[in-house]
Design a protein around this ligand. Sequence first.
Ligand code: FCB
Length: 468
Amino acid sequence: MTLVPKTAQLVTTSSAPTSSRIDFPKGFFWGVSTAAHQVEGGNVNNQWSLWEAAGKIKSGEACGVACDWWNSAEPDFDLAREMGLNALRLSVEWSRIEPQPGQWNLAALRRYREMLAGLLHRGLQPFVSLHHFTHPQWFEQQGAFLEETAAERFEGFARRVVAELGDLCQHWVTFNEPNVFAALGYVLGEFPPGRKGQIRTALRVLNAMALCHARAYHAIHDIQPEAQVGWAHHYVVFQPANPAFPLDRWSASLLSHLFNEILLTIIERGRPTLPLNPMKGRLAGVCDFVGLNVYSRFHVAFSMKHPSQLFSKVYVPEHVPQGDSGVEKPYGEAYPAAITAAVKRAARIGKPIYILENGVPDAEDRIRPWLIVNAVHELYRLIEQGHDIRGYFHWTLTDNFEWSEGWHLKFGLVALDTSTQRRTMRNSGRLYGAIARANGLTPEIAHSFYSQTEPGRLILPRSRNLTL
Ligand code: FCB
């Protein structure tokens, strides 16, 4: 049977049989992912706060107090525990920890210790990212990753963090999505530093981040030999609009090469496939796991009208499952089968795999339950085929500040009212919690969301426990 939301007539991209129970391996991580700037609030010393102050967020908003985690993350940790999750990914904010070069903020490090200890105390394994799109203003002013000293700087930061927090964390994610950081910052101009069309520079940034990753990988292992270190790679499926048309196939594979392949290939083989920028370090195999952030599929048609986009028209067809729209354009096709494409590609590196992000912006919970059930089925099939997948982290726990889109895209399993900081569990949150607690999916769980077509209505004061 194919699971599609009742409320929308959608073309399904994957089918989720529900006739029998599926069980995941013991110890599988069911988590949620977050990032410091998106949830902490009060980050005023990184390059994103300047970007917001310059009015660059499409909705005109700013991050503000976000989900108020810097003051009080613990009620959300309680929610995650009560849902039955056993892992939570967060990032540490470099600009808090090293506000000026070489100057360490011990109070910030103490707060992160408190947060990680709080997670462990609740049975939630912390996965910690060192860089999730934000860094200190001083680093940006020095030229960020394009500056010669970047690797040394990043290594210094990694060493300090791991020395201080290593006893509370086993899994380190050096970078979140270097490919998104480079593409949106240097080609599309939607992230700071807001440069447009600079493909060569974007590739230099990508290569520099790969070198930083390698330096941090070795540094972390120096301090904590048993650590598991990887990075989070965003993987997008680029579908030729007309697979029978060679130019559409060429366009799709060019975009896939530039976006998906370069970094994977650097880490797989130790060098990029295109000789655009010679690598200066040995990088082959420098990871203990591959983290995959997987959301969407885009269609690609060859187009003479789009020379600045490498002659590619990228679009989302009508009648495909889609979350809420971005400010200027559709956000992408919600495509659970992208997990399979991403895992099959990443498996060539030969390391364990974690899905570190997967989700959809969906304020009314129209398709998130469908996405979760189908994602779980994709994972199950892959594990059955022998893929070493060790965890799934949904993006995200509570609605949060969605970068250049601002606040209006709602990715949370839990809705957030930013004016009161009240949380409301969505139906998809209940569904995901049930999957995590069962460590799998039963027909009863899969169907439970059909009986609850209304989005969750339960209003939760922050301090009260939640009954699912
Ligand atoms: C990913 C980012 C994450 C969040 C989701 C929706 O690309 O890593 O911070 O914005 O998209």
